[in-house]
Structures are given as C-alpha cells and as structure tokens.
Design a protein around this ligand. Structure first.
Ligand SMILES: NC(=O)c1ccc[n+]([C@@H]2O[C@H](COP(=O)([O-])OP(=O)(O)OC[C@H]3O[C@@H](n4cnc5c(N)ncnc54)[C@H](OP(=O)(O)O)[C@@H]3O)[C@@H](O)[C@H]2O)c1
Length: 258
C-alpha cells in the first residue's frame, strides 16, 4: 500500500473538483480532501448522495463544499461551459480535478456487446472526461500548483476478456493523460497523472464480482494516500505517470516527470 502520510493542512486553501463524489472512491476522496483543508466541489448525477456528502463534510468542520449536479452521460457542451463559468465566478481558479466517475457496462464477449451500452460507457468514462477537462483547463492553469488525476484500472493496461468498453475506455484514458501531460510539460506547473485504485470495496466492484467477499478488499478510505499525494504540493513536477494506489510506488521514484 502506498504509504504517503499527509499533514492535515496539506490541501489548505485549494479548490478541488471530484466527479462521482456521491459514492465509492469519489465519496471517500471528497471527504478526505476536505479533511485536509480543501474546498471540495462535489460533482455527480445523484443529488441526494451529493447532499449527504455535503452534510458530512459540513458537520466535520471542514471548509464548506459546493455541489454541481451533472450527468456525464447526457451533458451537453454548454453545461461544461456553465460549470467552468460558475467555478470561475465563485473561486477564480481550480487547483485540482479528480476525474473519478465511471460506469462498468457489460461483462460480455465483444461479439455480444450491446452497441448502446458501448457508447454509454465510452461517453461517461472517456468523452465526458475530455469535455470536462478541456472546459476546466484555463481555470486549472490559474493555479500555481494544479493537478489533474484520471482514474484508470488494471484492465486499462492489459486487456482482459469480457471487460469490453470499460477496459477500452481505461486504455484511452491512460493515453489521454499521457498526451495532455506531454503537451503541458514545460508550460507551467499543471500536472497530469492516472491512478489505478486496484480492487476496492465499492458498488462497482461488487457488481463486477458478485461472489467475492467484500470484507477482503481495500476500503476506499484506505487507498487515499496516493489521492492526497497527487493533489498536494509534494507531487510538484510529478506528471505523466500511472500509479497503483495499492502498489509500492514511492514519491521519490516519481520525481522528474515521465
Ligand atoms: N472499485 C474498484 O475496484 C475499482 C478498480 C479500478 C478502477 N476503479 C475506478 O474507480 C472509479 C470509481 O469507481 P467506484 O468503484 O467508486 O464506483 P462506484 O461506487 O460505482 O461510483 C461511481 C461514481 O460515478 C458516478 N457516475 C456514474 N455514472 C455517472 C454519470 N453518468 N454522471 C455522473 N456521475 C456518474 C456514480 O454516481 P451515482 O452514485 O449517481 O451512481 C458514482 O458516484 C471509476 O472510474 C472506476 O472505473 C474502481
């Protein structure tokens, strides 16, 4: 397990947007960032879940979060522009973007894969992340230590039978992160990296592996050290990497770019 230990003030005064902040890993990340001093923008499609996370953060005494409802499957271009304009007006910059929301789609051979589900998975897991990231780039470049994190998967590095559009979308995200990191290298301080959470106890994992004992899996809270590290000042200059949240990477081995 990545063993980075963050001071409680690590993200003080930072504004960080988390997609899929209402559940699973995104929920844990939003609460963890808030507890380390960040103002967290909770983005997602189920407002009730976002409100619950909002209430928990507020009750903890962390900086007051914000909620931005967005359905990444159907959002039109103007919704991303509105989202960026709202953040610009409210905060004037963005210090972190955690592209976390995702869907699993079908677990079936390519031969049988439903094209509608294929499109839905590619829309949420890839296209929407392009739209959102592109819309927020100017705001992220206003930060003096900005960080973009994409959420990959083991099947986004080595293809596996029956993982269909999910695996393909994660391969594409890895490529997207590399292209963007390379474009931004030398242009400022904005860094771009991928996290592979590894098997983690969430609804998505339970859906993918119904026979598995969830108690044997890492909790979302336990994989937060890497999520913190990449959002905070200790990761300055770390860009173009894809890192396992449950691996043995060390911050020292990551310095110095790609
Ligand atoms: N858990 C694992 O073992 C594992 C392993 C490797 C990678 N990952 C990746 O980690 C990320 C988080 O997964 P998780 O395990 O935490 O899954 P999860 O518990 O199912 O959470 C997924 C989140 O994405 C949101 N979301 C889904 N479709 C959306 C849409 N159309 N618009 C906006 N938000 C949407 C969900 O919102 P609702 O709550 O409204 O449904 C939910 O908050 C995903 O990218 C996943 O691929 C997970």
């Amino acid at each position: 397990m990545f063993n980075y230990q963050a001071p409680t003030s690590l993200l003080k005064d930072r504004v960080i947007l988390v997609t899929g902040a209402g559940d699973g890993i995104g929920r844990a990340a939003a609460k963890c960032y808030a507890s380390h001093g960040a103002t967290v923008v909770l983005a997602g499609r189920t407002v009730k879940k976002l409100e619950q996370v909002y209430d928990e953060i507020e009750a903890s005494g962390a900086p007051q979060p914000a909620i931005i409802p967005i359905n990444l499957e159907g959002a039109a271009a103007h919704e991303y522009e509105t989202l960026a304009a709202t953040l610009e007006q409210e905060f004037g910059r963005l210090d972190g973007l955690l592209n976390n929301a995702g869907v699993l789609g079908q677990r079936t051979p390519i031969e049988n894969y439903d094209p509608c589900i294929w499109n839905q998975v590619m829309q949420v897991n890839l296209n929407a992340q392009f739209y959102l990231t592109q819309a927020l780039l100017p705001l992220l470049q206003q930060s003096d230590d900005g960080s973009i994190v994409f959420t990959s998967s083991g099947v986004g590095r080595k293809g596996r039978a029956f993982w269909g559009a999910y695996a393909v979308s994660k391969f594409a995200l890895e490529g997207f992160a590399q292209v963007l990191a390379d474009e931004l290298e030398g242009l400022g301080t904005l860094r771009v990296n991928c996290i592979n959470p590894g098997a983690t106890r969430t609804s998505m994992r339970a859906f993918a592996y119904p026979a598995e004992n969830p108690a044997a899996l890492a909790t979302p809270e336990s994989i937060m050290p890497l999520y913190l590290y990449l959002m905070g000042p200790d990761a300055k200059g770390v860009t173009g990497h894809s890192i396992d949240a449950q691996g043995n990477g060390s911050p020292a081995s990551l310095q110095g770019g790609q």
